[in-house]
Design a protein around this ligand. Structure first.
Ligand code: AMP
Ligand code: MG
Length: 494
């Protein structure tokens, strides 16, 4: 049975909604029907009309008088049939049964090009999976997810997207009283490593099999006819995460809460809770106030991804081979192979960042050289690569530190056979000149909390085209925080 083919197919509403519900055609253990809680006084805060257009929605939907009500879920978009998704997960290493405790999947929007996108509300009230929480979200963290996910998209890194943020008019109580808000999130899907962990814990082989087939069809259709679908899915997940992690590392992104429930099988970055971008290059960088042991530090992220993928592989064991020992042996070898896959993406990415057109056996040493220099001197990750991308930097070292000058000599020799302008053009296309700077993000969120959305709009505008080095941008978007600024701390969005 092809779960992705709706019968009859959904039709497009006047506003452009065209929602299918393939996930609800999966076994009932995976979802529960649930409606959003009413909002007292809905107010639209941000709307992404470019994304709306790509999804086939009316790009002026955000200007409709009903937009605020729509993006808090009263009434629902045409054709929506909200469900909360079941999942489990390892949080900071400990297995927990979770599920959408404050999110609802409205359906899957079919774009004019035929692609399928989950439309999810986050912060829309309690669900059957809410344990002690209120199911709500505060405005600040929802705006933060909107800003950072759209910045990641502009950087060309696979990510969930943000369609809208709307306030509910209902206060939420955290350590203080905050304004409640709903984020409308768009994702290739919300299938997580934790979704597989939930099914494995239920010990339902038919459900596991259905989820494997569904995930392969939805995200890796080229492999959907594979002789061993579970092995094909494991391979595809290892590869897409290796590629994603290399992209994060190359822009200095620290996810902050890489629990297995926050790792999407689609290969998109998901769940922007305490994430932040590193300014000074340091493998030990931790922003999250709850990550006391540094489990999710910048430099540990590839290892954590491998650990999460080991948990994923465990869920697939019954399908990998009828002989349990053979299955474990097979999965172990595959998961060990993650290190090699990640290294290949790391090498490819840094070769491009440093301007090398073709591989050389000494590249890894040369790349590590500049990373070590940044680590030892606390150089700004983004500025270092942006500065090296200027054509004149190939002739004259941008810093006179003797260690850097020695490294620069080796780098310059490596590039000597090509015109500096050509190398520079290639490097600029790989090295962003602007990333979300923590102090700028926090200032914009504070202004938004006080009712001024100007700074949020200026950030979103300034983060566009981050590889265009010639565009002029306000200095506060570009610069690291002033010297002496205390280390940035982030707090979970809950
Ligand atoms: P998140 O921080 O959104 O990744 O959430 C982790 C888990 O905690 C998920 O199962 C959420 O549904 C649950 N959770 C987080 N915040 C709340 C809340 N305010 N009410 C209910 N459940 C929550
Ligand atoms: Mg989560």
């Amino acid at each position: 049975m092809n779960l992705l083919a709706a019968d009859p197919p959904p039709t497009r509403s006047r506003d452009g909604w065209c929602l299918d519900h393939s996930y609800t055609r999966l076994p009932a253990a995976l979802h529960r029907a649930c409606s959003p809680a009413p909002a007292d006084a809905p107010g639209l805060v941000l709307f992404n009309s470019a994304l709306a257009k790509d999804l086939g929605l009316d790009p002026s939907l955000g200007e409709h008088p009903s937009a605020a009500a729509l993006f808090t879920g009263n009434p629902l978009p045409e054709g929506a049939r909200p469900i909360a998704q079941a999942y489990a997960g390892h949080q900071f290493g400990n297995f927990t049964v979770l599920g959408d405790g404050r999110a609802l999947l409205l359906g899957e929007q079919i774009s004019p090009d035929g692609s399928r996108h989950d439309v999810q509300f986050k912060g829309s009230g309690p669900t059957p999976f809410s344990r002690n929480g209120d199911g709500r979200a505060a405005l600040g963290p929802m705006l933060r997810e909107y800003l950072i996910s759209e910045a990641m998209h502009a950087l060309g890194i696979p990510t969930t997207r943000s369609l809208a943020v709307a306030t509910t008019g209902i206060p939420v109580f955290r350590s203080e009283m905050l304004r409640g808000a709903v984020l409308t999130r768009i994702a290739a899907s919300h299938i997580r490593v934790g979704t597989f962990e939930w099914v494995a814990a239920c010990e339902r082989p038919e459900t596991l099999n259905a989820l494997v087939q569904y995930t392969l069809k939805r995200h890796f259709p080229a492999h959907s006819e594979a002789a061993n679908p579970a092995a094909a899915l494991l391979d595809a997940a290892l590869e897409s995460q290796a590629s994603l992690l290399a992209r994060w590392m190359q822009v200095g992104f620290v996810h902050g809460v890489m629990n297995t429930d926050n790792m999407a099988l689609s290969g998109e970055t998901i769940d922007y809770g305490p994430c932040a971008f590193m300014d000074r290059h340091n493998a030990g960088t931790v922003f999250s106030s709850i990550d006391r042991q540094g489990r999710y530090a910048y430099g540990r992220q590839p290892l954590v991804a491998q650990w999460n993928l080991a948990r994923f592989a465990e869920t697939l064991l019954p399908l990998l081979d009828p002989n349990p020992d053979t299955a474990v042996e097979f999965a172990t070898e595959k998961v060990h192979g993650f290190a090699r896959r990640y290294h290949a993406h790391w090498l490819d990415g840094y070769r491009l960042k440093l301007g090398f057109a073709s591989p050389d056996p000494e590249d890894a040493t040369l790349i590590q050289g500049v990373l070590d220099w940044m680590q030892n001197t606390g150089a700004d990750h983004t500025h270092t690569f942006a500065a090296l991308s200027r054509a004149e930097a190939q002739q004259c070292p941008p810093w006179q530190d003797p260690v850097f000058v020695e490294w620069h000599g080796r780098w310059k020799n490596r590039l000597a056979s090509e015109a500096p302008e050509r190398v520079s053009a290639r490097m600029r296309a790989q090295n962003p000149v602007v990333i979300p700077r923590n102090h700028a993000v926090e200032a914009a969120l504070q202004a938004a909390e006080a009712g001024d959305l100007g700074p949020c709009h200026r950030l979103l505008e300034g983060w566009n085209a981050p590889y265009d080095h010639s565009r002029s941008r306000p200095p506060e978007l570009m610069n690291p925080p002033p010297a002496g600024t205390p280390p940035h701390r982030t707090f979970c969005g809950t």
